[in-house]
Design a protein around this ligand. Structure first.
Ligand code: NDP
Length: 286
C-alpha cells in the first residue's frame, strides 16, 4: 500500500498566507493590529521552543505577540493578576498559557481565569461547554482543529467510521473527541487505564496518538490502510520523535503525519486563526 505522508508544514503555510492577507486588510481598514499574549511559566526548554515558533509565525502574518514570563517559583497569584490585567487590556485580543506548566501548577485554575472571549486555546469551561454542546460559537483548542483538518486532508469520511483517540488531556484528546463526534464519527477515547488498547486501536479507521510516549505505537497497533495522526512530540537524545514508530508504518497505513512537520505547524496556524477570529469579534465583525 502507498502511504501518503500528510505535510502539515505546507498546509499550515497555506493557512498562514490566507491569514496574512486577512490581517493586512483588517489592519488597513481599522488601523488596529491583532495582539496575542503568551504566558510562559518556568524555563522548560520544550515550552520555550514552542513559544519561539509561535512568535515567529505570528510575526509573519502581522500579529503582535508578547510573552509574559514568570519564574517557576513565583506565586500563582502573580500569574492570575497578570491575566486579569490582560483580560481588560483593549489592545490584547488573545491570551494563552503555554503548557506544560511546571509540576504542581494548577492549569485548570489558570485557564479559567482567562476571559472566554480572549481564550484562543479554548480551555475556559465556557468554551469547553460550547464545544461539548455543539454550539459552534466558542474557541476550540488548536491541536484538535489541526487534527480535524488533517483528517479531512486524508479524506476521512467521519460518518460510519471509527475514530480512536489515545490520550484524554484537556488540550488534545477530549476536545478532539468532541470535534470528531460533532462531525458524525464514532469515537473511542483511550488512556492509561484502557485495557486491551491494541484491540481497540486496530479497529480504528482513524487513530490519533497524543500520549507523549516516543515511538510506542508500532505497526501491530493499527489496521492496514488506516489513517494515523501523530500528535506526540518527545525529545530523545536531541532528536524529536512522535508517539508512532513512523518507519514501520510506511507502506502499511494509508496516511500518516510526520514528527516534526505534521500536527505541530498546523496547531500554530490554528492558534493564529483563532487569534484573528477573536480580533474580528473585537472589531464587531463576527
Ligand atoms: P498529557 O500528559 O496531558 O496527556 C497524555 C495522555 O496520554 C493522558 O491521557 C494519558 O493517560 C495518555 N497516555 C500516556 N501514556 C499512555 C499509554 N501508554 N497508553 C494509553 N494512554 C496513555 O499530554 P498532552 O495531551 O498535553 O500532550 C500529549 C503529547 O502531545 C505530548 O507529547 C505533547 O508534547 C504533544 N503535543 C503536541 C502538540 C502539537 O501541536 N503537535 C500540541 C500539544 C501537545 P492518563 O490520562 O490515564 O494519564
Amino acid at each position: 500500500m502507498k502511504t501518503v505522508i500528510l505535510n502539515g508544514k505546507s498546509r499550515a503555510a497555506e493557512l498562514l498566507l490566507d491569514l496574512k492577507g486577512l490581517v493586512e486588510r483588517l489592519v488597513s481598514t481599522y488601523n488596529v493590529t491583532p495582539k496575542l499574549a503568551i504566558i510562559l511559566v518556568g524555563d522548560n526548554i520544550q515550552s520555550s521552543i514552542y513559544v519561539r515558533n509561535k512568535l515567529a509565525r505570528a510575526r509573519e502574518v502581522g500579529i503582535l505577540a508578547e510573552v509574559v514570563k514568570f519564574d517557576a517559583n513565583c506565586p500563582i497569584e502573580s500569574v492570575l493578576n497578570s491575566i486579569s490585567r490582560l483580560n481588560i487590556d483593549p489592545s490584547v485580543h488573545a491570551i494563552i498559557v503555554q503548557s506544560p506548566l511546571p509540576s504542581g501548577w494548577n492549569f485548570g485554575l489558570i485557564s479559567q481565569a482567562i476571559a472566554p472571549e480572549k481564550d484562543v486555546d479554548g480551555l475556559h469551561p465556557l468554551n469547553v461547554g460550547k464545544l461539548a454542546s455543539k454550539l459552534n460559537q466558542g474557541f476550540v483548542p488548536c491541536t484538535a482543529l489541526a487534527c480535524l483538518e488533517l483528517a479531512r486532508l486524508a479524506s476521512f469520511e467521519f460518518a460510519g467510521k471509527l475514530a480512536v483517540v489515545v490520550g484524554r488531556s484537556n488540550i488534545v484528546g477530549r476536545p478532539l473527541g468532541q470535534l470528531l463526534l460533532n462531525n458524525d464519527a464514532t469515537v473511542v477515547i483511550c488512556h492509561r487505564h484502557t485495557s486491551e488498547l491494541k484491540e481497540i486501536t486496530t479497529q480504528g479507521d482513524l487513530v490519533v496518538l497524543a500520549t507523549g510516549q516516543p515511538k510506542y505505537f508500532t505497526k501491530d497497533y493499527f489496521k492496514p490502510g488506516s489513517i494515523v495522526l501523530d500528535v506526540g512530540i518527545s525529545k530523545v537524545d536531541g532528536q524529536l520523535f512522535g508517539d508512532v514508530d513512523f518507519a514501520s508504518l510506511i507502506g502499511y497505513v494509508s496516511y500518516i503525519t510526520p514528527v516534526p512537520g505534521g500536527v505541530g505547524p498546523m496547531t500554530i496556524a490554528y492558534l493564529l486563526s483563532n487569534t484573528v477570529q477573536s480580533f474580528r469579534s473585537h472589531l464587531g465583525l463576527n
